[in-house]
Design a protein around this ligand. Structure first.
Ligand SMILES: Cc1ncc(COP(=O)(O)O)c(C=O)c1O
Length: 269
């Protein structure tokens, strides 16, 4: 804290000092990764060095400069964005946030080291919570299965089967809110009944998807919960994955509630 206070007190208007990505990545990895057998304990010096790295490579936030925004390529968009230099730039762009961008990659590699999947079959995006994670995963699924939706909106699908999702009846409400944000109406959410253990009832899944298709819906994503919020029930993910593969739709597992319990969530096509 003292380090950060000192840094913030001494701020002046400065540009971003860009660091070569490979150099930055090596420095961050040396500070942030450890041998698999050793769980790093709290280390004050290491933490101070990490803060130093962020401060040295980060945007110098100042009351009169909120930080550069990532500009669009079109001139009209650019002038509009110039008037809006407000929010923090995205972590996903190296130029916008060098250290967090590299750190996100390190976190992904470390998580996958734990999971053990082939490196080219694993990707990770960090979000600020469960709701944006649901939105990110479902948008990816929607854009993959309905590529015209992003550019044309729902009009692109007028007169055709309507995009829909299928969810367990006890899914967290952020999923239906997210669907609404994406232009997927309540009538396009297929609610799958639960069994006595409050998990999605596998006997009902295929018939419900068939019935939805007859109603003119095209389910592009099945949403399972790895720990429902109300009772902590885990949906039968392996069996739902079979259905998703069979019908060539996405399976999104909302693991927001259950990850600490030893399972994890993912979105797979
Ligand atoms: C299963 C599940 N999904 C999503 C969310 C939403 O997470 P957040 O509040 O971080 O947006 C919660 C929150 O409790 C949750 O339990």
């Amino acid at each position: 804290m003292a380090k950060l206070e000192k840094h913030l007190a001494g701020l002046s208007l400065k540009g971003l000092s860009l660091t070569e990505p490979a150099v930055l990545s090596r420095a961050a990895r040396a500070l942030m990764t450890t041998e698999r057998e050793h769980i790093a304990g709290y280390d004050e010096d290491r933490l101070a060095a990490i803060i130093d790295l962020y401060v040295r490579t980060g945007i110098q936030v100042h009351p009169r400069l909120h930080g550069p925004a990532v500009l669009q390529h079109r001139p009209a968009g650019r002038s509009h964005r110039l008037r809006q230099l407000r929010g923090q730039p995205a972590v996903v762009v190296l130029r916008g946030r060098p250290a967090p961008n590299v750190v996100e990659k390190i976190m992904a590699d470390e998580l996958n080291r734990f999971i053990g999947w082939p490196a080219d079959s694993f990707a990770m995006v960090t979000t600020s919570g469960g709701s944006p994670a649901n939105l990110t995963a479902m948008l990816a699924a929607r854009n993959d299965r309905f590529p015209g939706f992003w550019s044309e909106g729902s009009a692109a699908y007028l007169g055709r089967a309507r995009p829909a999702i299928a969810v367990g009846d006890d899914v967290h409400y952020s999923v239906s809110r997210t669907a609404g944000v994406m232009g997927i109406g309540e009538a396009q959410i297929v609610r799958l009944p639960l069994n006595a253990a409050q998990q999605i009832d596998m006997d009902a899944v295929r018939p419900a998807l068939d019935a939805a298709e007859r109603r003119g819906l095209r389910v592009f994503c099945l949403v399972a919960s790895a720990g429902t919020t109300s009772v902590g029930a885990f949906d039968p993910i392996d069996r739902l994955a079979e259905v998703a593969r069979e019908r060539d739709i996405w399976l999104h597992v909302d693991g927001a509630h259950g990850v600490p319990a030893g399972r994890w969530g993912s979105a797979v096509p």
